[in-house]
Write a protein that binds this ligand. Structure first.
Ligand code: IPD
Length: 260
């Protein structure tokens, strides 16, 4: 694939993420104040907007790049040499409950390697974007990870989902706390990882997260000068993986902490 073809995909991902974000915001602003919650399973929310937004993104991608494969959190898809991996709303639980902390996540992956990663938070109008080898940006301006190298001065988000045993999560949380990290948990892994790319967080850890939640954000952190584990393995595409994303100086301590 030529640089021009990759650039086209990068620009398309940015435009599509913004358009999808506008639709999410429209639905969020028009929501009924009386919550009507639906679930796919325990702590696993179902909203009509996820499917609606994914269909919009899938159509835009199919129109522009008909030979590329597509895999979305809601509708699934197929994995070929060139595949788009999409989470229409990362932070669905917050979206469903009226908390304004969620984003669209779009990654373009070639031969198992993320080449483009874009996240858009429609509530803060923040577009995080990265193309491999070209750096990372927030609304077009270059971003870098923080210079924090002491865990006692760090802010680390520790993600959780019902896919993992609570004991493992509790052990990692306790260890981070003992070491002096400021530990938090919010509801969007994608944003939590992207925040490492520009110093709102110094690290993000989760014992299991899906590829559609984290593939784009991991590339953004790498391109912002951060360190991540080898997240996007062949198995991860369909089954997910653990994730660590942090400033280079916190790598050793966070790898040890996550070794439960
Ligand atoms: C979830 C969020 C959450 C993370 C979970 C994800 P969803 O994705 O990113 O923060 O901890 O692992 O499954 O369900 O909101 O798309």
């Amino acid at each position: 694939m030529t640089d021009v073809q990759l650039n086209l995909r990068f620009m398309a991902a940015c435009a599509i993420a913004r358009e999808a974000g506008r639709l999410i915001r429209l639905r969020f602003d028009a929501r009924d104040e009386v919550l009507k919650l639906e679930f796919k399973g325990p702590q696993n929310y179902l909203t009509e907007t996820d499917a609606e937004v994914e269909q919009l993104i899938a159509k835009r991608i199919a129109d522009a790049f008909p030979d590329d494969d597509f895999f979305g959190e809601e509708g699934g898809g197929s994995f070929g040499r060139d595949v788009w991996i999409v989470d229409p709303i990362d932070g669905t639980a917050d979206f469903a409950r009226g908390v304004p902390h969620f984003c669209v996540s779009i990654a373009f992956v070639r031969d198992g390697r993320a080449e483009v990663g874009v996240l858009y938070d429609p509530m803060l109008d923040e577009l995080f974007a990265a193309q491999r080898g070209a750096g990372a940006t927030l609304n077009g301006k270059p971003i870098k990870v923080s210079t924090i190298d002491d865990i006692r001065q760090s802010v680390v988000e520790l993600g959780w989902s019902s896919r993992i045993q609570f004991e493992g999560y509790a052990a990692v949380h306790a260890r981070l706390h003992e070491l002096g990290a400021g530990v938090k948990r919010r509801g969007s892994g994608a944003l939590g990882i992207a925040y490492v790319a520009m110093g709102r967080h110094d690290g993000y850890c989760e014992l299991h997260i899906n590829s559609w939640d984290a593939a784009a954000a991991v590339l953004i952190v790498q391109e912002a000068g951060g360190w991540t584990n080898d997240f996007l393995t062949p198995n991860c595409l369909q089954n997910g993986n653990r994730v660590i994303a942090c400033t280079p100086a916190l790598r050793e301590v966070l790898e040890q902490v996550m070794n439960v």
